[in-house]
Design a protein around this ligand. Structure first.
Ligand SMILES: Nc1nc2c(ncn2[C@@H]2O[C@H](COP(=O)(O)OP(=O)(O)O)[C@@H](O)[C@H]2O)c(=O)[nH]1
Ligand SMILES: [Mg+2]
Length: 300
């Protein structure tokens, strides 16, 4: 029996937990079952209580206190502990049928996605045939407000791409909080952000306004923010990042406004397609239909 799930990832504050709640609401409205897993050991507030919460295994607060670690080191410790105790996840997920969508809400620390092979190990465990066999899709959220800072946008896009390459599962990349930029960015410009366009670096209004695009600005302290962010090297770095993204041609974004049911529904259909959810659902037995009509007859 296969299982289906989505791993919701992205930087802190990108809107992951909000998106998870919106997904759960959407699934409920459509009479679909879901199982919500929180893997952020620092998360406190939930619109929907998680069905499984890493905090019941280990708390970040305790780890920081007892091990003398900071929040990022503490988080890595929590995940290493989780990997040593995978039954914590396996046992509750094991009985779920193919009707369920398992939603896994991740923490935002970038270390988890880029530095160490914790996530690939977890994903392999979830997807491995013979163990849980979850058809898993990753949803990587990036805040759409990044579009006002194009260097940040390309850096965020690079981190999405790095997660795609590292995890080797189907990916859906999402620009979240679209309601915040809808009125400020024109449709045509927005399109260039949805399908990352390197030429965005050529006509960056921020750079022209502040003069940061000028190679000769800011002599003096080379470590000043202005010198670093406005210098030729920074421009070359951004260009190289954008070129890399363009060369791989792997990343494009869907738009999300978590308050808008249609927007959430559209993203859910992409996720369903990526994991082939509908293909696996039990076809209704002809007998069931007879029963249904039978019920109707009874009601009349
Ligand atoms: N305007 C707007 N704010 C959002 C949206 N999604 C999330 N937020 C806000 O962004 C902040 C961080 O959201 P959260 O879901 O906790 O992010 P997480 O750290 O990625 O889990 C919260 O204050 C949310 O209310 C959205 O679609 N639109
Ligand atoms: Mg969260």
């Amino acid at each position: 029996m296969s299982k289906f799930g989505v791993l919701v990832m992205g930087p802190a504050g990108a809107g992951k937990t909000t998106f998870c709640s919106a997904l759960i609401q959407n699934l409920r409205n459509n009479k679909r079952s879901c199982f919500y897993v929180n893997l952020d050991p620092a998360a406190e507030d939930f619109a929907y209580e998680p069905d499984l919460d890493i905090k019941d295994l280990i708390s970040l607060e305790d780890v920081m206190e007892e091990m003398g670690l900071g929040p990022n080191g503490g988080l890595i410790y929590c995940f290493e502990f989780l990997l040593e105790n995978l039954d914590f996840i396996t046992e509750p997920l094991d009985p779920l049928t193919e009707e369920y969508l398992i939603i896994i809400d991740m923490p935002g620390q970038i270390e988890l996605y880029t530095h160490i092979p914790i996530l690939p190990t977890l994903v392999k465990h979830l997807t491995r045939t013979g163990a849980l066999n979850v058809n898993l899709c990753a949803a990587y959220l990036l805040e759409s407000t990044f579009v006002v800072d194009r260097a940040k946008y390309f850096a965020g896009t690079l981190s999405a791409m790095s997660a795609m390459i590292m995890l080797e599962v189907p990916h859906v990349n999402i620009l979240s909080k679209m309601d915040l930029v809808k009125g400020t960015v024109g449709k045509r410009t927005l399109k260039r952000f949805l399908d990352p366009d390197t030429s965005l670096l050529d006509d960056d209004p921020e750079q022209t306004v502040t003069g940061l695009g000028d190679d000769t600005v800011e002599e003096g302290d080379p470590s000043s923010k202005g010198a670093m962010m406005g210098g030729a090297s920074f421009k070359r770095l951004n260009r190289a990042v954008a070129q890399l993204i363009d060369d791989f041609s792997m990343v494009s974004f869907l738009q999300l406004d978590a308050q808008d049911e249609d927007s959430v529904g559209a993203i859910l259909s992409y996720i369903d397609d990526a994991i082939q959810f509908h293909e696996a659902q039990e076809p209704r037995e002809p007998d069931d239909e007879v029963d249904l009509y039978g019920d109707d007859d009874d009601a009349e």
